[in-house]
Design a protein around this ligand. Sequence first.
Ligand code: TXA
Ligand code: MG
Length: 326
Amino acid sequence: MAAILNTGEAMDRALGLLAAGDVVAIPTETVYGLAADATRGEAVALIYEKKGRPRFNPLIAHVSSLDMARGVADFSPLAEKLAAAFWPGPLTLVLPLAQKSPVHPLATAGLDTVAVRIPSGFARDLIARLGRPLAAPSANRSGRVSATSAAAAVEEFGDTIPLVVDGGPATVGVESTIVKVADDGLILLRPGGLAAADIEAVAGRKLRRETGGAIQAPGMLASHYAPASGVRLNAREVRPGESLLAFGPMRAAGAAAAARMLNLSGRGDLREAAANLFSYLRRLDAGEAATIAVEPIPDEGLGEAINDRLARAAAPRPRLEGGVPE
Ligand code: TXA
Ligand code: MG
């Protein structure tokens, strides 16, 4: 059963849990978040596991300062302007991932962009003390409404996480507004606690609206990393010229001849496999092989989200002009 501590008494306990790679439910001004160290793959995997999300949606990297934000993402002058006007606060900016960003690829779902925001209050203090960004989706189980109080977070996760920090009712009460800062303008990805008009007033331009997760091809969200190589699922043998994404202690037939092999988890641990998924896909994608064969992965626990991601990677899709989709 989760301990429930007020913000005044929770800091050390929360820091200890996060440093140990665990998750903690924390208050922010928008909604409560289920937080973990954004730089550690297995800690981020734990978030998805606790949420029971059948998919790896990219998560917001919460930071405590503009300096920390600049280490995570590349800021254009327009992004700097929005950050200066609205942070800390209910605005999330989607920006290009910084070259040396410490945010783990599982938290960005393998994308070249990253969502960042500075929350206010306890969350910001916690991040400053930890010295690292926190990944934190809204503290609700998959398919349920966001928690805006400690009691709601306890209802969602009380029996599965060690600590819920009680900061009273969330003052904004809805999730942050998400804006993608792209070369050609500002795109409103999710309306939220900061009015679009306020953003437009500071930016001096209109927001393009692309809410509702514009799906460009069946089974493929525009915001999902897609490997250029073909992906062949449930491979029980490796064909000539293929590379191999392995799982567990048992190898597919012909594995020794694979152009290249990476094992998501030699001991068959789905949390470790989730943490390795996006970086290994990218590494195999960068190799010579035209096809990545993937060994069967059990469809249980985090395996469901892993298999969902792999199925998307394997789905036939139209080639976009100019090469590989982001
Ligand atoms: O107010 C909030 O934003 C709360 C508090 C806890 O900060 N967090 C929250 O996180 O609502 P979550 O994970 O429930 O929603 C984050 C949204 C997801 O819909 C995700 O798809 C989107 O942000 N997102 C994250 N990274 C993205 C990226 N690189 N490109 C496009 N969308 C992204
Ligand atoms: Mg949510």
